[in-house]
Design a binder for this molecule. Structure first.
Ligand SMILES: C[S@@+](CC[C@H](N)C(=O)[O-])C[C@H]1O[C@@H](n2cnc3c(N)ncnc32)[C@H](O)[C@@H]1O
Ligand SMILES: O=[N+]([O-])c1ccc2c(c1)CN[C@@H](CO)C2
Length: 273
């Protein structure tokens, strides 16, 4: 595809995000039924279990963890914050970075109460749920920056952000396929973020399968690259990763809540070659 068409597709996606509504997005995806800690088949507990296992099975280590496309959410780093001493959150939109900063400053005004998430991850770690306050304190202690990011740039973060060797681990959830105009752009973005990762570092990637759109707020319809498992595996391989594990969650009927047409969620643990 010639350069102008690529640029137009990326610009169109950026325009879609100008009306993204963090509070609505959190309401749609991070409250019951999709985030129901009493249900074994709820999506968020499944994601937290995948992340807990991936961060604690012994092969992931280092100093710096970077979350690409954090949005207004924190669940994705609640296990990783126990393994890394420095954590950088990133997002394309200031409204999301501001939502994260409000939580970090602990001065109220957050759109979602993360306590049930912190309690659930404590339980996964064999701690009593009331240890959630220590976990919140650990998370606030290790988050060093909340920075702008653009995965369509060959350098998604400002160059001085990372040590020369790169990050030791990346996590990215529901970002690349939700911000790319097509599959080639998704694969290019995967390559761009891979350059932030040191050789031998790990990528933990969560994303939507079979999704063609989602609502990022009332009436804010955002197109998504509909991915299959095979396409995820091919894109990882093409972008210089070795796949360690791919897990798939298929949505039960009552997890379809009218905010998207996602059919499944994938969790990939991969290593940069
Ligand atoms: C579907 S949300 C995912 C949020 C969160 N990671 C989660 O797990 O729910 C997609 C995020 O990608 C961000 N985004 C949009 N364009 C982007 C770009 N070009 N590069 C990086 N992130 C982008 C949006 O601001 C939004 O926060
Ligand atoms: O069920 N979930 O936990 C969940 C969380 C976030 C998102 C989805 C599902 C599906 N749509 C994506 C945007 O492409 C965002």
């Amino acid at each position: 595809m010639e350069e102008k068409a690529k640029e137009n597709g990326i610009a169109a996606m950026a325009a879609c995000y100008q009306k993204f509504d963090p509070a609505a997005y959190l309401q749609y995806n991070y409250t019951p039924p999709r985030a129901d800690f009493a249900r074994k088949d709820s999506i968020v507990p499944w994601k937290l279990a995948c992340l807990h296992r991936a961060f604690t099975e012994g092969d992931v280590s280092g100093e710096l963890l970077v979350d690409i496309g954090s949005g207004p959410t924190l669940y994705q780093v609640m296990s990783g914050c126990e393994v890394f001493n420095k954590l950088i959150l990133t997002d394309f939109l200031e409204v999301n970075r501001q939502e994260l900063s409000r939580w970090l400053q602990n001065e109220g005004g957050c759109s979602l109460d993360w306590t049930p998430y912190l309690e659930h991850v404590c339980k996964l770690e064999g701690k009593r749920p009331s240890a959630w306050q220590e976990k919140a304190g650990r998370l606030r202690h290790v988050i060093s920056d909340i920075l702008p990011v653009d995965v369509h740039c060959s350098q998604p973060l400002a160059p001085e952000t990372l040590p020369l060797a790169g990050a030791d681990c990346l996590v990215s959830c529901f970002c690349l396929e939700s911000v790319s105009p097509d599959l080639p752009a998704f694969t290019r973005a995967l390559g761009h973020i891979g350059k932030l990762l040191r050789p031998g570092g790990h990528l933990l990637l969560i994303g939507a399968l079979g999704e063609s759109y989602y609502f990022g707020g009332p009436g804010v319809r955002i197109p998504v690259v509909p991915l299959s498992e095979a396409q995820v595996c091919d894109s990882l391989k093409e972008s210089g990763y070795t796949l360690i594990r791919l897990e798939v969650y298929t949505l039960p009927q009552d997890m379809h809540v009218g905010v998207d047409d996602v059919t499944g969620v994938f969790f990939a643990k991969a290593k940069k070659e």
